[in-house]
Design a protein around this ligand. Structure first.
Ligand code: CP
Length: 360
């Protein structure tokens, strides 16, 4: 429960591992209060969120259901504080808020907020907390979301923070929608257990890969295969987490060799915005790490193709019409699972379950 986060100074909290931080971030009922890391989500919690998201999407199909949902959190306001570019995460959080009746405000350009005048991040976030009941935060700075969560928990307005992408570090709500997509795709083939997930592209700097790889360790007999040019191969932190969780994994450059074994392929963009020197990424040969018609032929009929998007040329547009191309549905799933996350954050999930039981 959040009171606990006041019992620990920032320096000591910061020094804990993500797993050690988890108890400080959860509510007494096991739901997240602040959502900062993938490590906060067990398989049970993921299943609960997926079930709730399914019910919200079913209820939202009717006008009466839409009206019901809109009253659930209409007494709360959310600040969408995105100091780094975003289309999907921003719009899906905004849509999720609208579904549940949460009013939203936004800062997307700090050159027109008082940060431009030299206001500190702490003061800015405390200012938002004066007017809002939730902050959804995207930032290029690793660790900033958790720092702000600690700051708010130690203020007179300890409102929750949801990390909507923090530097190269984590993107926990993207991982939630990825898991939700996988669970829906495999609901008739045994769920997520005994599956092989192939990650391909820029695995070093992709925060979505880090968060999803961790969430997958919740499921039994999952095999993760990382395919990337050596310069962009998955980081030591992910390797250490997989070893610690006894999750089977492989690291390779041979995409074609592993594609026939894939239940899911998770493509990623080359994240050149993180280049130390402009043009560094252009010097890496990425031609063997793209998905086109040849790769489609190698993918089993059960295999799905995912991408957090945005894409550049790593998935050919010819692939979009194949039934295994899941990325557009994956993106829309983000709206439903984020609505479910907001519902559990504010504790209105029981009412939604009851409404569903009485009406469906
Ligand atoms: N997947 C994702 O985070 O997309 P945006 O950057 O558009 O939010």
């Amino acid at each position: 429960m959040t009171e606990q986060i006041v019992d620990i100074p920032w320096g000591r909290f910061q020094a804990l591992s993500a797993v050690e931080k988890v108890p400080y971030l959860m509510q007494d009922n096991g739901a997240p209060y602040h959502t900062l890391f993938a490590q906060q989500f067990s398989a049970e919690l993921l299943d609960d969120l997926a079930r709730l998201a399914n019910k919200i999407r079913a209820i939202a199909k009717t006008r009466a259901g839409t009206e019901f949902l809109k009253t659930q959190v209409s007494h709360k306001r959310a600040m969408l504080y995105f100091s780094q570019p975003s289309s999907r995460t921003f719009l899906s959080f905004m849509s999720a808020c609208q579904i549940l009746g949460v009013q939203t405000g936004e800062v997307r350009d700090t050159s027109i907020s008082s940060e431009f005048k030299g206001e500190s991040r702490e003061d800015s976030v405390r200012t938002f907390s004066s007017y809002f009941d939730l902050i959804v935060m995207r930032t290029p700075e690793k660790g900033l979301a958790e720092n702000m969560a600690w700051v708010l928990s130690n203020s007179e307005r300890p409102i929750p923070i949801i990390n909507a992408g923090s530097g190269q570090d984590q993107h926990p709500t993207q991982a939630l929608l990825d898991i939700y997509t996988l669970l829906r795709s495999f609901e008739r083939s045994g769920g997520l257990r005994d599956k092989t997930v192939v990650f391909c592209g820029d695995l070093l700097r992709g925060r979505t890969v880090r968060s999803l790889s961790y969430l997958l360790t919740n499921y039994s007999n999952i095999r993760q295969i990382f395919v990337a040019p050596p310069q962009l191969q998955v980081g030591e932190d992910i390797v250490a987490a997989l070893k610690q969780k006894n999750t089977a994994f492989e690291v390779t450059t041979d995409f074609h060799a592993v594609l026939p074994e894939a239940d899911a392929v998770y493509m990623t963009r080359i994240q050149d915005e993180w280049d130390n020197d402009k043009g560094d990424s252009d010097r890496i040969d990425t031609r063997l790490f793209k998905f086109g018609m040849r790769e489609l032929e190698l993918l089993p009929s059960r295999g799905i193709i995912m991408h957090p998007l945005p894409r550049r040329d790593e998935i050919a547009t010819d692939i979009d019409s194949d039934p295994r191309a899941m990325y557009w549905r994956q993106m829309r799933n983000g709206m439903w699972i984020r609505a479910a996350l907001i519902a559990v954050t504010f504790g209105c999930d029981k009412r939604i379950h009851e409404y569903f039981r009485h009406n469906y």
